[in-house]
Write a protein that binds this ligand. Structure first.
Ligand code: GAL
Length: 448
C-alpha cells in the first residue's frame, strides 16, 4: 500500500536526484560491512638496530600470515623519554597506534591514562597467569588486570665476550670479581679494549646493576631498588659498589660517550674489544651477523650474580582507540603470547621467551642458559627487574638513579657522594609517596 509518508519520501528522493536540486556530488563509495573491512594493525616500537629489525620482522610475518595488514612506525630509545615523547605526540595528535612496545613501570603509567585496552579476556582464555614468570606479571598487570602482553624475558647481568680475543689473552670465564679484574688487565696488556660501553646513562646503569648484585647480593638489590628501602643504601657497601664502578671505568676507552650500545657490540664482534656488559639483545645482534655462541662468542654471567636473573621484558600495550577491530586486536594479543611465535621471535632477540613452557631445544647455548636461569630464578624469587630498563622501579626513581650513576661514571662526584645521592633519590621518592598517601587518606573523610 502507498501511504502518504511513503509517497513523500519518494518525492524527496526524486528531488534529490534531480540535477537542478543539488550540486552534483561524487557518489559515496559503498562501505563494506565491518566484518568485511580489511583487518589491519599499526605497531609502534623501538627495534631499529640490525638484530632488532630482524626481530620485528618475525612479528610482522606472524601477523601477515593471518591476513592482517601490517603498518608500523618506530623511534629508537629503549623505553626512554626519547621514545615515550614520540609516542605521546602521536597520541596527542590522535594518531594512536594499535599497539606499542613498552617496558617496565611505563606500562603502569600508561594504564593510568585509561587509554589502554584491558587484555583479561584473552589472558584468561589462554591462561597467561599460569605461564608468565611472576616478576614479569607484576609489570604486565595494573590493579590486577592484564594491561600488556610480554613477548620476552631478556636478562642484563651478562658478559658478552669475543672468543678469539679471549683465547688470544689466555683468559677464562671469570667466576669472581678478582677474576674479572685479572681478565680485564690481561686484555689491556694485550692492547685490546677491555670493556666496550656506550654513552647513554641507561647503559652505565645497566653495568651498575650487575655490579650492585655482585657486590652486595640479591637481597640488597631487592630491598634497595625494588622495595625502595632507602635505609638499605646507608650501608657502607653502597660506596663499595661505586668504587668498583670507578675501577671498571679505567677499562673503558675515551670515545665511549658518543657511542651507542650496538656500536659497542660491534667492537666486541670485531675483536677490537674483549667484552661488553649488556642485555641478551647482544646475542640477537651477534646471531644476526652470523656469529655462533661458543664458536665466536661466549656469554658468561656477570661474576657473583649467578642465580640472579635481572630481567627486562619487552611488552606490548594495546590502545582502545587505535586502528583495528576488537577481533583483530585480540588476534594480535593472542599472537604476541603464542608459544611458537615467542620461540621464533626470541631465536632472533637473544632473550628467553616470557613463558616458562616454551621448549629450549631450538635455542643456542646462550638462549638455553637464559631459559634455564629464568625458570630457576622464577622459582627462587631471584628474577628481579632491571633498574636500567625501568623494570625495577617507577620512572622518577629510575631517572634519579641514571643521573647519579652517570655523573659518577663521568668522574663528577666521588664514591661517597654518589652513595649519599643514591640514598637521597630513594628517600625523597618514599617521602613524596607517603605524603601523597597521607593526603589521600585525609581526603577520604571529606568526600561529600
Ligand atoms: C631493551 C629491549 C631490547 C633491546 C634493547 C636495546 O629495552 O628490551 O629488546 O631493544 O632495549 O635497544
Amino acid at each position: 500500500m502507498w501511504t502518504l509518508s511513503y509517497l513523500c519520501r519518494w518525492i524527496v528522493a526524486l528531488a534529490a536526484l534531480s540535477p537542478s536540486a543539488v550540486p552534483a556530488q561524487p557518489p559515496e563509495p559503498a562501505r563494506p560491512p565491518l566484518s568485511a573491512q580489511p583487518a589491519e594493525v599499526d605497531i609502534f616500537h623501538w627495534w631499529v638496530s640490525k638484530g632488532e629489525r630482524a626481530s620485528i620482522d618475525v612479528l610482522k610475518r606472524y601477523i601477515e600470515q593471518q591476513g592482517i595488514i601490517w603498518h608500523e612506525a618506530s623511534a629508537s630509545g629503549s623505553g626512554t623519554a626519547r621514545y615515550t615523547d614520540v609516542l605521546r605526540q602521536r597520541v596527542d595528535a590522535g594518531k594512536l597506534p594499535t599497539a606499542a612496545q613498552m617496558i617496565g613501570f611505563a606500562i603502569h603509567e600508561w594504564a593510568q591514562t585509561g587509554l589502554l585496552e584491558n587484555l583479561n579476556e584473552v589472558a584468561r582464555r589462554e591462561e597467561w597467569d599460569e605461564v608468565v614468570p611472576l616478576g614479569i606479571q607484576a609489570l604486565s598487570k595494573y590493579q590486577g588486570n592484564w594491561m600488556a602482553a610480554p613477548i620476552n624475558a631478556h636478562s642484563t647481568n651478562w658478559l658478552w665476550v669475543n672468543k678469539a680475543a679471549l683465547d688470544r689473552i689466555g683468559g677464562q670465564a671469570p667466576d669472581t670479581w678478582p677474576d674479572l679484574i685479572t681478565l680485564l688487565d690481561k686484555a689491556k696488556a694485550a692492547g685490546i679494549l677491555p670493556l666496550a660501553i656506550g654513552g647513554d646513562a641507561w647503559e652505565q646503569t645497566l653495568l651498575f646493576e650487575s655490579v650492585a648484585v655482585s657486590t652486595a647480593g640479591a637481597e640488597f638489590y631487592r630491598k634497595a631498588f625494588i622495595e625502595l628501602d632507602a635505609k638499605t643504601l646507608e650501608a657502607p657497601v653502597t660506596a663499595t659498589i661505586f668504587r668498583r664502578m670507578r675501577i671498571l671505568k679505567t677499562y673503558v676507552d675515551p670515545g665511549f660517550d658518543t657511542r651507542r650500545w650496538d656500536q659497542a657490540t660491534d667492537l666486541v664482534r670485531k675483536g677490537k674489544a674483549l667484552l661488553q656488559v649488556q642485555g641478551s639483545w647482544v646475542d640477537g645482534e651477534f646471531v644476526h651477523d652470523h656469529l655462533k655462541a661458543d664458536r665466536d662468542f661466549y656469554c658468561f654471567r656477570f661474576p657473583d650474580t649467578q642465580g640472579v636473573y635481572l630481567f627486562n621484558s619487552d611488552q606490548y600495550v594495546v590502545f582502545k582507540q587505535g586502528p583495528g577491530s576488537k577481533l583483530t586486536k585480540q588476534r594480535l594479543e593472542s599472537t604476541l603470547m603464542n608459544p611458537d611465535f615467542q620461540s621464533a621471535l626470541n631465536l632472533m632477540t637473544g632473550a628467553a621467551p616470557a613463558r616458562v613452557d616454551v621448549s629450549k631445544a631450538p635455542f643456542d647455548a646462550c638462549g638455553q642458559q637464559a631459559i634455564n636461569d629464568m625458570r630457576s630464578a622464577n622459582m627462587r624469587r631471584t628474577l628481579m627487574g632491571s633498574v636500567a630498563m625501568g623494570n625495577a622501579n617507577p620512572p622518577l626513581v629510575k631517572e634519579g638513579i641514571y643521573d647519579v650513576v652517570h655523573r659518577h661514571f663521568l668522574g663528577q662526584i666521588t664514591d661517597e657522594q654518589a652513595a649519599q645521592q643514591l640514598h637521597d633519590v630513594i628517600a625523597r621518592y618514599r617521602n613524596k609517596a607517603s605524603q601523597r598517601l597521607r593526603s589521600n587518606v585525609s581526603q577520604v573523610g571529606k568526600t561529600p
